[in-house]
Design a protein around this ligand. Structure first.
Ligand code: ZN
Length: 496
């Protein structure tokens, strides 16, 4: 198989051959969720996108250490400088310990991620558990002359930094623009320049989550946790840093600046950013009233939803678009994703049941070429910056052949045995191991049990004892027994 993986690097704006720093080891860091509320549609896309990146790198044979953090220090804001204590606020509101809030929403996040079949990262560090590392990093940045203390807070000196390094290299935003910004930032009087961002913030009296530091009782700036934790677990320079496009500025731009100011070089070789999800063409925001949580999506419990959508439908919907393209959520789009997902699952069921027959007939060269080309298209698409959209299109070309075999339009024997095995293996591997899709079985077992019991009752009345025995055997095979009692028929778990 062709292992030449090309990745679009947001930093260099180029698609280049992926070459890990320390082959075959790959270090990957992705900005994880904030945990003071339910995971929503916007959380699902980076999780699914980077899950496929993780899965595919492993499939290619790399030893991947995947770090995805939990932002639980409670200050995540668009302007990171003086973020309100979101975890603390929620804790007060619900009369919980801040760490109870963190646990509650971390567990809830894990549950929905599991439903989406998103693998757990290798390490999932909490920002609140790495305060020491963050303080050490601030001290080093101060020593190197790129940060200053002001009134118990510490700020990164963007102007000083940009004298030596190109601040804005990732996002294209340049400091001059920032200096002329007219936004009134709270605490701005403490800063030398409006572009400076907080590395440490002195806690206001109502800020619950706070830690001692050389400068004040306070909390670290939002950008710092990712710099400190990625360096701790992946080293000062690692392979891939990922996240949503909305994090490019100021979050990732500041991460680059912090790492360069601390270690003298950039943190990551490749930067990858997934595009955003819109809802019926609009940006998703609580203020716009179009906010959908993943739980609502899976239950249909939101006025924007015509029906519930299964986790695999949602996952498939996301993979049908390339990660750098926008993705618009609508009921129609989800419904067509559901249909396509089910077609693919039917194909998966068919191919798993197919075996190569013994008899020999002449091979169909054209057919063999078509199958080989479709398999190559699948992998070439994945190697082209993880283009899952093109990969799925190629899978559907293979599906046509599988369905044709199933309906006897194609005889398996006309396919070369090696090509057939390659098709079977690739189709299953790509769907299950790389795209992470699985067959969602109907879990409404009770409905089927009761229907069978009705048939059992009828068969007894009609004295059709062969049917009675057959149904009993089906139950037994499933670890269940039918109970014939005076007052009727019931079932139980087989205790033998
Ligand atoms: Zn981050």
């Amino acid at each position: 198989m062709n292992n030449a993986l090309f990745i679009y690097n947001t930093l260099t704006k180029e698609k280049t051959l992926f070459e890990p720093i320390n082959h075959p080891y790959v270090g990957m860091y992705v900005c994880g969720p904030t945990v003071y509320g339910d995971a929503h549609l916007g959380n699902a896309r980076p999780a699914v996108v980077f899950d496929v990146v993780y899965r595919y790198l492993k499939y290619l044979g790399y030893k991947v250490r995947y770090v995805r953090n939990i932002t639980d220090v409670g200050h995540l804001e668009n302007d990171s400088d003086d973020g309100e204590d979101k975890v603390g606020k929620k804790a007060k509101l619900e009369k919980l310990e801040p760490m109870e809030v963190v646990q509650l929403y971390t567990d809830a996040y894990h549950q929905v991620m599991q439903k989406l079949n998103v693998l757990m990262p290798s390490i999932e560090p909490h920002a609140s558990a790495h305060i020491t590392e963050q303080i050490q990093m601030i001290e080093e940045i101060i020593r190197n002359g790129y940060a200053y203390e002001s009134n118990g807070s510490v700020y990164f000196d963007v102007k000083k930094y940009s004298e030596h390094h190109p601040y804005g290299e990732l996002s294209g935003r340049i400091p001059e623009e920032l200096y002329s910004g007219t936004r009134e930032l709270d605490g701005q009087h403490e800063k030398k320049n409006s572009a400076d961002f907080a590395l440490w913030k002195k806690a206001s009296p109502e800020h619950i989550m706070r830690w001692p530091s050389p400068w004040s009782m306070g909390f670290p700036g939002w950008h710092l946790e990712c710099s400190a934790m990625s360096a701790k677990y992946l080293g000062n320079t690692f392979d891939i840093h990922g996240g949503g496009m909305d994090l490019m500025f100021p979050h990732h731009e500041s991460e680059i600046a912090q790492s360069k100011a601390c270690h003298g070089h950039a943190p990551a070789k490749y930067w990858m950013h997934n595009n955003m999800i819109t809802i019926n063409g609009q940006k998703m925001a609580k203020s716009l009233g179009n906010f959908i949580t993943l739980h609502q999506l899976f239950t249909g419990n939101n006025s924007l939803l015509d029906r519930a959508y299964s986790p695999m439908t949602v996952r498939f919907f996301m993979l049908q678009a390339h990660y750098r393209g926008t993705l618009d959520f609508s009921n129609d789009a989800l419904l067509s994703a559901q249909k396509a997902y089910k077609r693919l699952m039917n194909g998966l069921k068919i191919i798993k049941s197919l075996t190569y027959p013994e008899n020999h007939i002449p091979k169909d060269d054209k057919l063999n070429d078509e199958i080989r080309n479709s398999i190559n298209d699948c992998f070439n698409s994945l190697n082209d910056d993880f283009n899952t959209a093109a990969c799925i299109a190629a899978l559907f070309n293979l599906l046509k052949k599988i369905n044709a075999i199933h309906s006897s339009q194609i005889r398996i024997e006309s396919i070369d045995p090696a090509v057939f095995e390659q098709m079977k293996k690739s189709f299953i591997d790509i769907i299950e191991n790389i795209l992470g899709l699985y067959e969602e079985k109907n879990t409404r077992t009770e409905v089927f049990i009761n229907a069978l019991l009705d048939l059992y009752r009828e068969a007894k009345i009609l004295k059709q004892y062969d049917k009675v025995d057959k149904i009993r055997a089906i139950f037994k095979a499933e670890g269940l027994v039918i109970k014939d009692m005076k007052n009727g028929i019931d079932w139980a778990y087989d205790e033998n």
